[in-house]
Structure formats: structure tokens, C-alpha cells
Design a protein around this ligand. Sequence first.
Ligand code: AMP
Length: 216
Amino acid sequence: MILLLFGPPGVGKGTQADLIAQHYALTTCSTGNILREEIARNTELGTAVKQHLEQGVLVPDNHLFALIEHFLTAHKNGGLLFDGFPRNINQAMVFETLLNTVDLKLDLAIEMHLSENDIIDRLAHRRYCRRCGRTYNLMTNPPQEDELCDVCHIPLVQRNDDTEEVIRRRMKVYTEETHPLITHYTSQNKYHRVSAQGTKQEIFARITKIVNGNSA
Ligand code: AMP
């Protein structure tokens, strides 16, 4: 099974990606997490993309294709979950070609939806673990211990692209560049939208209903 999860920044994709991957035994490809790791490790790619992440704009497509190709080669034999890729029509088309070359095809594209006010509110409470990339929300999905990662037990931090100015730019980028994926995947009969309102279990239940309904 090949799933794609997309939605505006702060909608809770990371949290749902963890739950989905665990439930269906999928390997997750989170391009945001991969890029943040590259930046933290000061690699050539990290240096090339640092500014884009800080400014809240998309990284040039060619940087992503090499990552995806590498990921597909390593994990093509199991179920896969893509979180944050593709993010524009060009990426979606190249994605199809890359999947074809390893004899795979996308099953479902699920969009998580939330109002703009709710998004801004959620992002203000978002924290993540710099070591494992796990995301938390101090209001809706808090860690067990005060601001410490449940797995790594190190202090959680706020992403430096979670400032109001950068958030607004990322939402604009989402509307202009990522939103067209809805029409693209609707025309392929793969598009589903879920409300990202409610608890993480409620949202997860909506997603599993769609996935189970499509794999029957
Ligand atoms: P995310 O963690 O998914 O919110 O991604 C954080 C940032 O990483 C985005 O604002 C972009 O700068 C970059 N990024 C992640 N995935 C992609 C992608 N598929 N295409 C271009 N840029 C991306």
C-alpha cells in the first residue's frame, strides 16, 4: 500500500503519519524531517536548503527527487507513507514516474483540512524532538513528561519556521502550490479529505475508515 498524506502546515500530519505507519506497518518518508536532519548534520544538501526552510518556501524540486529515488530504492518492497511529498504538480508527476520505475503505484492521497485560525493556534503550541523528529502539541498531543520527548527524553524545541510571519508564508505556498494536488488526485480517483478537527484518535479513526474502505 502506498499512501500520501498532505495538508497545510500545522494540521497534524506528522502525528497522524506516526499513527498510520505503526497501524499499517508502513515506512514513512517525511521530506520535512529528512531536510531538517540534513541541515542539522551540515551536509551539502542541508546547506543548500537551509534558507528555503527558514523562509517557509519550497525547496527546489530537483533536491527532492534525489531523496525520493533513494528512498524508493531502499524501501520498495514494503508499504510506504509519504508525508509532505509531493507538494506541487511537477513533483506529483515526477513521483508517478519514479513509482513506475520500481513497479509501484499510489493508492490514496489523503488531505487533512483545518481552518486558518485553528492552524495558527496549533502551530503556536507545536514542539518537536530534534533527535527523532517526533512532533507534539502542548495542547492537543502533549508529551508524557513536561516538554520532553517520550522516546528520547530530551527537551522538545519549537521549529524555527513556526513564527507567525513564516507560518503565513507557508500557508500561502500551500494554497498556491500544493492545493492544485486536490484536482490532480481527484481526477485519478485517489483523493480523500478528512477534517483535522478533534482529538488525534478521532482524526486517526477518520483516516483508517478511508484506508480500510479502499483496501477491501
Ligand atoms: P514540513 O515539515 O513538511 O512542514 O516541511 C518543512 C519545510 O521543508 C517546508 O516549508 C519546505 O521548505 C521544505 N519541504 C518539505 N517537503 C518539501 C517538498 N516536497 N518540496 C519542497 N520543499 C519541501
